[in-house]
Design a protein around this ligand. Structure first.
Ligand code: SF4
Ligand code: SF4
Length: 385
């Protein structure tokens, strides 16, 4: 039995495109973001609506390749393609864009994007271990606050920031609670439904309302699970998907993993639990910007060097979700995730004795058969182990 609430989540991206336009007509501003390091709290505290702009579809890539090199990750090309073809309502609605210096391809693409829309690029430290990293990042947050205030014509108060911190923490907690329902065996939700739910949160006009819907869905899933109903039979191999972010439109690997007999129970990526694990400290005695800076620097992305937090998180998730195998998805030409894959492979195999596979692909359907063969063999091995 599929949760009835999923119908609402499935249509949310298109429904919210309309709501965004309506909100703009009433004078609200929209701020586009591309990465989990974008501090949403500042956008909300500025009274604006944050929307995710990461491209997850293959269609605009051909237009992007007229300008960008072809051997670039599909996420960058798709995002840029939507911008140059003006085919994404969320990009069109954005009054201002927050970007970060994460991977090389993305940060250079942002310079081109800056010729289409106002873009502010935050400079991330390259790692979190150096004593000055947090100080540097906090400076960047102060600079972003100034830019937002200037550009949107607002003043962001400490109280605005504190209210936004509480709101974002509530949303993260709701999504984390939902994601954690898949610790049950068999999992009560398919990976595809889980991905859909987490993905569409990036298009919510009203975060309070969106959080309420996530809680309602979790309640429905809990009830379904309590009746012993699951889309999977007991013994279905439980997969943890790690690596590059996935979205609706670029979900082919998730789909194939489940079509070939697996159950994707956990997403250790920016499409899943990676961004939900860390909350901003709500202590009223603290400088809210410092608390925000601290939280965002904990995100264990491969653009950080070194990135021990990802291995630590993976270890924890493997145990919590009773994982049978790890699938590491890398978009083609995503050097940081592809190279880090070797450390992930060693960690998964040597410390947990689990099967691991790295899949490198793009957004096209040209390699579906090849992927299917590799995935089927992997799932078969898990079923027999
Ligand atoms: S994987 Fe890294 S660069 Fe990509 S969205 Fe997540 S934090 Fe940002
Ligand atoms: S998937 Fe990799 S190459 Fe692509 S934008 Fe993210 S970090 Fe950069």
């Amino acid at each position: 039995m599929r949760p009835q609430m999923m119908k609402i989540f499935e249509n949310m991206r298109s429904d919210n495109a309309l709501s965004i336009q309506n909100a703009k007509d009433t004078g609200l501003k929209v701020v586009g973001i591309f990465c989990a390091y974008s501090p949403m709290e500042l956008v909300l505290a500025a009274g604006a609506i944050p929307v995710g702009l990461c491209g997850t579809k293959h269609e605009p890539i051909a237009a992007a390749e007229k300008i960008l090199p072809r051997n670039l990750c599909p996420l960058i090309k798709s995002s840029f393609g939507f911008a140059v073809t003006d085919t994404c309502p969320y990009f069109r609605a954005s009054d201002f864009i927050i970007a970060e210096t994460t991977c090389d391809g993305k940060k250079k693409m942002f310079e081109l994007l800056g010729q289409i829309k106002p873009v502010h690029v935050m400079h991330l430290p390259q790692g979190t271990g150096r004593p000055g990293a947090l100080r540097w990042w906090l400076e960047e947050l102060h600079l972003l606050k100034e830019r937002l205030e200037e550009h949107l014509g607002v003043t962001i108060s400490r109280e605005d920031l504190r209210a936004a911190i509480r709101l974002c923490n509530r949303e993260r907690t709701a999504l984390k609670n939902l994601h954690e329902l898949n610790r049950l065996d068999p999992a009560p939700m398919t990976g595809l439904d889980m991905l859909t739910t987490i993905f569409v949160k990036g298009f919510n006009v009203d975060k309070e309302e969106g959080t309420g819907l996530i809680n309602q869905l979790a309640e429905e899933v809990r009830n379904i699970a309590a009746q012993g109903i699951s889309p999977f039979v007991k013994g279905t191999p439980r997969i943890l998907l790690t690596g590059c972010p996935v979205g609706i439109g670029s979900e082919k690997v998730v789909r194939l993993l489940e079509e070939c007999g697996g159950s994707v129970v956990c997403f250790e990526s920016c499409s899943g639990i990676k961004t939900l694990e860390y909350l901003v400290d709500e202590d009223e005695q603290r400088d809210p910007l410092e608390a925000i800076a601290e939280r965002y620097l904990q995100i264990p992305c491969s653009c950080m060097s070194p990135n021990p937090g990802r291995l630590e998180l993976l270890g924890r998730l493997i145990g919590d979700y009773k994982v049978d195998g790890v699938v590491d998805l890398s978009w083609q030409a995503c050097h940081t995730y592809i190279v880090e894959g070797e450390l992930v492979r060693r960690h998964v195999k040597d410390n947990f004795g689990l099967p691991y596979i790295q899949l490198e692909t793009d957004y096209s359907t040209s390699d579906i058969e090849q992927l299917k063969t590799r995935i089927s063999a992997f799932i078969e091995m898990l079923s027999g182990s």
